[in-house]
Ligand binder design. Structure first.
Ligand code: CP
Length: 299
């Protein structure tokens, strides 16, 4: 594993994950780690919209006593005057932050820029390539909510429903599943499946198979003109009828944001298996640990 940045999970090992899970269980709540020398600063560069990732990273930094500066593509930056994304990164880096936390589009050369800048960088979403902190918080939520022993993850069956093809969360789970050994299945319209993945044409069969189901949003912003309507995924909606096939001790997850009435019906809110807000809560813990590790050069 790189000791500076987290762009994806390709170089992580089972031992790295076991250490992270150990930290979740023994999270020191009382104080932020005291970094030697002056106070640290994290620069958040979010070039796509975000609620959970951005705010949980901000809160994680606050809990670690780290100053934050934020560039949000939502408005007010010189991107609106035609400055390139690459120049934006170079200029933020010139202010010498100790850490970058970024969300960037698919075509952005994140690996190259990270190497060029030499500043520890945490990926908060990179097109549909990777969203490693989301996959880590998902699996940490499963670990806590199902009380699975670390060595038993190879028995876990995780079903994805919805727009699998355009999901960076799914991409990161493919990497993480190789390390932890859990099995991935997908139940979605034919045109949204990922080649080489266990596929269920019928949602009911996938739900009977799964220990955990993760619904995904229809990601219209990545469809590049493809005709995929919400109605195409109606057959795969998690609702009170379809969820009768899911085991009583299974979990229902979603990385957010949820389009209620599309991939999930509103009555899932009251299903005792729904742990979506537990994922959000775990996001702060995981990101706090990752921020701490990045600044210590021990990712
Ligand atoms: N899951 C996730 O990345 O949510 P946000 O887009 O709100 O950050």
């Amino acid at each position: 594993m790189s000791d500076r940045s987290l762009l994806d999970l390709q170089n992580w090992s089972p031992k790295d994950l076991e250490q992270l899970f150990f930290q979740i269980d023994h999270e020191p709540k009382e104080t932020a780690e005291k970094f030697s020398g002056s106070k640290k600063t994290a620069a958040l560069i979010f070039l796509e919209p975000s609620t959970r990732t951005r705010l949980s990273f901000e809160l994680a930094c606050a809990k670690e006593n780290i100053d934050r500066i934020l560039l949000d593509a939502g408005g007010g930056s010189s991107l609106e005057k035609g400055e390139t994304l690459e120049d934006t990164f170079l200029n933020v880096a010139a202010m010498k932050p100790d850490l970058l936390i970024v969300r960037v589009p698919e075509q952005f050369p994140l690996k190259e820029i990270t190497e060029e800048l030499g500043i520890p960088t945490l990926n908060g979403g990179w097109g549909k390539r990777a969203h490693p902190t989301q996959a880590l918080l998902d699996i940490a939520t499963i670990y806590k909510e199902k009380n699975i022993n670390f060595s038993k993850f190879n028995k876990l069956k995780l079903l994805f429903t919805g727009d699998v093809l355009h999901s960076r969360v799914f991409s990161s789970h493919q990497e993480l599943a190789k390390i932890l050994g859990y099995e991935i299945g997908v139940a979605c319209p034919e045109q949204l499946k990922v080649p080489g993945t266990k596929y269920f044409t019928k949602l009911s069969e996938g739900l009977q198979w799964a220990d955990v189901v993760m619904a995904l949003r229809t990601q219209k912003e990545r469809h590049d003109g493809k005709k995929i309507q919400d109605s195409d995924i109606n057959d795969y909606q998690l609702n009170s009828e379809s969820l009768k096939k899911l085991s009583k001790d299974a979990l229902i997850l979603h990385p957010g944001p949820v389009n209620w009435g599309t991939e999930l019906s509103i009555n899932v809110v009251n299903d005792s298996r729904n742990k979506i807000l537990k994922q959000v809560e775990m996001g702060v813990t995981i990101r706090r640990l990752l921020v701490r590790r990045a600044l210590a050069g021990k990712l």
